[in-house]
Design a protein around this ligand. Structure first.
Ligand SMILES: NC(=O)c1ccc[n+]([C@@H]2O[C@H](COP(=O)([O-])OP(=O)(O)OC[C@H]3O[C@@H](n4cnc5c(N)ncnc54)[C@H](OP(=O)(O)O)[C@@H]3O)[C@@H](O)[C@H]2O)c1
Length: 299
């Protein structure tokens, strides 16, 4: 990057942005600014953000790289002021590990009938049920990228039968037929919106678990709620059509649903810094970022 436009601007939730800025300062040679500071716009060569505040991108005339703070860059792509510069995202073992832990926590609880025993404990009920047959506990992971691939590996190590599903796979409803869990780890694109709809949910086994950890809008919430109300399926939902989840949402109190506030894999400052700094070095050499986003694909 030319010397006069080699500074990095970090935008985001104040504490998170400050931690990312510290990691960038500790690991790299570039000046680092926070969006709420009085930064010099013409010195900024790289913006690091999840969802930039409206109008921020339009104030940065010399950007050469825009970089996400996580794996998904849908909010950056949706910004009307996004310039036609390379776009990078985070792929890192820290992020994959966090997502693996999130997914396994929900899956293993279901496999071991955690919901049933938690309800029994509230009633002081000592009642044993036959364990679920792990061989028949088939999991389908929607998305076989950095995160879905890591989940598939972890499941294989635990002896839990699992299959991945991506753009080269056949119809989703067929892949899900009789499965005991669907784990949604897809990017938010027009093609993945509502991808787990009424027909796909109906294909799952009666007692199956739906884990939504990609982005809101990928699971048809109305269709899922109808299934939960009918006493079929359970859900572990981390992402929603509307975030924060409105207080009136029936998911908050549904006995067949666990709600988490979009925390499956939070940005890891050291991992963000590593990807951003390596990408800046590559951009300076005229190469693409370390983990480039394909704008035409949308992820
Ligand atoms: N809840 C959280 O805290 C959290 C944290 C981090 C990330 N996420 C979400 O997780 C997503 C996945 O991250 P990643 O790093 O694993 O992404 P990735 O490496 O880009 O992998 C994306 C996967 O999705 C598949 N895919 C994309 N569009 C599809 C379609 N229309 N039909 C079928 N498969 C499709 C891709 O298929 P191909 O292999 O065929 O290309 C690929 O396997 C992110 O985009 C983000 O939205 C959520």
């Amino acid at each position: 990057m030319p010397e006069e436009a080699n500074a990095i601007l970090v935008a985001g939730l104040p504490e998170e942005a400050a931690r990312i800025a510290s990691a960038l300062r500790a690991a790299g040679p570039y000046p680092v600014w926070l969006a709420e500071e009085d930064f010099p716009p013409e010195a900024i060569g790289c913006l690091v953000a999840y969802r930039p505040p409206p109008g921020l991108l339009a104030r940065l005339p010399r950007l050469r790289l825009v970089h996400g703070t996580g794996a998904g860059v849908d909010a950056l792509l949706a910004d009307p002021d996004l310039p036609p510069v390379p776009l990078g995202r985070v792929v890192a073992p820290e992020l994959s590990r966090m997502m693996v832990h999130h997914v396994l926590a929900a899956l293993l609880r279901h496999l071991r009938r955690g919901e049933t025993y938690a309800a029994q404990q509230r009633e002081r009920l000592w009642l044993r049920h036959p364990p679920r047959d792990v061989e028949a506990f088939r999991v389908v992971v929607l998305g076989t990228g950095a995160l879905g691939g890591a989940v598939l590996q972890a499941l294989s190590a635990l002896g839990i039968p699992a299959a991945g599903w991506n753009r080269r796979s056949g119809p989703l409803a067929e892949a899900l037929a009789g499965a005991m869990a669907a784990v949604v780890l897809l990017p938010a694109t027009p093609a993945t919106r509502g991808i787990l709809g009424r027909r796909e949910l109906a294909a799952l086994a009666d007692d199956a678990l739906v884990i939504a950890a990609g982005r809101g809008g990928q699971v048809d919430e109305e269709a899922l709620l109808a299934e939960l109300d009918a006493g079929r399926l359970s859900a572990a939902l981390d992402v929603f059509n509307e975030e924060p989840l409105p207080p009136a949402s029936p998911f908050w109190t549904h006995p067949r649903c666990v709600v988490t506030p979009h925390i499956a894999a939070a940005p890891d400052p050291a991992a963000v810094a590593r990807c951003v700094l390596e990408s800046m070095a590559r951009i300076a050499r005229g190469e693409p970022p370390l983990f480039p986003v394909d704008r035409a694909r949308g992820y």
